[in-house]
Design a protein around this ligand. Structure first.
Ligand SMILES: NC(=O)c1ccc[n+]([C@@H]2O[C@H](COP(=O)([O-])OP(=O)(O)OC[C@H]3O[C@@H](n4cnc5c(N)ncnc54)[C@H](OP(=O)(O)O)[C@@H]3O)[C@@H](O)[C@H]2O)c1
Length: 290
C-alpha cells in the first residue's frame, strides 16, 4: 500500500519504520525536520503538508497528541481532507475523545473518506516491535481495507463497533493501566522499605497472579529512578481526563482512577509532565529523593 504517516513522535516514528519494513511505500509529514530526515534515510519520502501527503496515498496513519491536533491535521485548512481523494482511509492511532472521533468520522464521510479511530496499547516497545493492540471504531469494510497497514504496526486488531468505540475501549485500557501502575509503585516502595531484593521481587511477583505489563516493564525503571518517557505523564493525564469525563457522562464512578489522576497532577505540578508515567512513584514516596 501507499501509506502516509503524520506525527513522528515516540509512537509514530516506529510505526513508520514498521510500515517500511513490511514493504509499504511510506510518505511522512512531521514538524521536526530531524525526525522526517531520519525516516527518509530509511526509504520514506516526505510531504510538505497533510493535504499534499493525502493526495499521494491510499491510507494515512496519524499519531498525534490530542483531539485538537487531530482536528487540525485531518480537517484544518491544509489538512488531510483538503487533499484527499474519495476512498482515502484515515487511521487515527492517537488517543482522543470518542465524540471528537465520531465528529471527524462524519466530516470525513461527507468527503467520501473513511475515518477509523484506531488507538493503540503496548507502549513505545510495542510500537518498535510492531506488536501493538489496536482497538478500532468505524466501518467494517474500511477496517478490512486498512488491514495490511494495521498488520504492520500491531499484533492484535479488535473491531469494537462504530465510530468512537475504539476510543472508548482505549479509555477502558487507560483506567486499568493507570490504576495498575499505582499499585506497582506502592508495592515496590514497600519492597524497598523492607529491604527485598529488587530483581527477585519483580520476578517473583511478576510470575504470579499480580503479573502485569506495568510491573515487568515499568517496575525495574521505577526501582532505578529511570523516569525517561516511553509514555509521558502529560499524555496520561489527557487520557485520564477523557476517561473521567466519559465515565461521568455515563454516571459511572471511577474513584481509583481519580486518585491516580491527582497523584499524577502532583508530578506535573513539580515539573514532571514530560517524564514517563513511572514517575508516579515519586508522588507516593514516603521520603523526598536525595
Ligand atoms: N507513548 C506511548 O506509550 C503511547 C501508547 C499508546 C498511545 N499513545 C498515544 O499516541 C499519541 C502519540 O503519543 P506519543 O507518545 O508518540 O507522543 P509524542 O512523542 O509527543 O508524539 C506526537 C507527535 O505529534 C507531532 N505533532 C503534533 N502536532 C502536529 C501537527 N499539527 N502536525 C504534525 N505533527 C504534529 C509532534 O511533533 P513535534 O515533535 O514537532 O512536536 C510529535 O512528534 C498520543 O495520543 C498518545 O496518547 C502513546
Amino acid at each position: 500500500m501507499r501509506v502516509g504517516v503524520i506525527g513522528l513522535g515516540i509512537m509514530g516514528a516506529p510505526m513508520a519504520r514498521n510500515l517500511l519494513r513490511a514493504g509499504h511505500e511510506v510518505i511522512v509529514h512531521g514538524r521536526s525536520p530531524a525526525r522526517v530526515e531520519s525516516l527518509v534515510g530509511l526509504g520514506a519520502s516526505a510531504a510538505p503538508s497533510p493535504s499534499a501527503l493525502a493526495a499521494r496515498v491510499e491510507a494515512v496513519v496519524t499519531s498525534l497528541p490530542d483531539g485538537p491536533d487531530v482536528e487540525q491535521v485531518v480537517a484544518g485548512p491544509d489538512g488531510i481532507l483538503a487533499g484527499a481523494s474519495p476512498r482515502l482511509l484515515v487511521i487515527d492511532t492517537s488517543t482522543i475523545a470518542p465524540d471528537v472521533a465520531r465528529t471527524l468520522a462524519e466530516r470525513a464521510a461527507a468527503r467520501g473518506v473513511d475515518f477509523l479511530d484506531a488507538p493503540v496499547s503496548g507502549g513505545e516497545q510495542g510500537a518498535v516491535d510492531g506488536t501493538l493492540s489496536i482497538m478500532i471504531g468505524g466501518d467494517a469494510g474500511a477496517v478490512a481495507r486498512a488491514r495490511p497497514a494495521l498488520d504492520a504496526i500491531g499484533r492484535k486488531v479488535t473491531h469494537m463497533g462504530g465510530p468512537g468505540q475504539g476510543q472508548m475501549t482505549k479509555l477502558v485500557n487507560q483506567v486499568v493501566g493507570a490504576t495498575t501502575l499505582a499499585a506497582v509503585a506502592e508495592g515496590l516502595l514497600l519492597a524497598a522499605a523492607a529491604g527485598l531484593d529488587p530483581v527477585a521481587v519483580v520476578e517473583a511477583v511478576g510470575s504470579g497472579a499480580a503479573a502485569s505489563w506495568q510491573l515487568s516493564n515499568l517496575g525495574p525503571r521505577m526501582q532505578k529512578g529511570d523516569f525517561a518517557p516511553g509514555f509521558m505523564v502529560r499524555l496520561q493525564q489527557k487520557d485520564l481526563r477523557l476517561a473521567l469525563a466519559a465515565a461521568a457522562s455515563l454516571s459511572v464512578p471511577l474513584p481509583a482512577t481519580a486518585v491516580v489522576h491527582q497523584l499524577l497532577a502532583l508530578v506535573e505540578a513539580r515539573g514532571g509532565g514530560s517524564l514517563g508515567t513511572q514517575a508516579l512513584m515519586t508522588a507516593l514516596e514516603p521520603r523526598p529523593r536525595s
